[in-house]
Design a protein. Sequence first.
Length: 86
Amino acid sequence: MMKKIVLIAAMVGALASCTATEQGTAIGAGTGAVIGGAVSHSWGGAAVGAVAGGLAGALIGQSVERRGYCVYRDRYGRRYEARCPR
């Protein structure tokens, strides 16, 4: 039990100095790994969940860094940022 508390405290401390994108990526990857492993009962499922969660977390974290801007896609599928409508 004590090892888990120390590990969690170290992870929280490491995330405190990260940008919003890095925090989102780490949290998303961790959550995705747990969910992927629980659903598939395999390491492969955990790995796929970690990648998917990390990508989603990075996108969410990136959108938080530039407040007032939204991420859009044009008709060709390219991403761009512009002011969010009010």
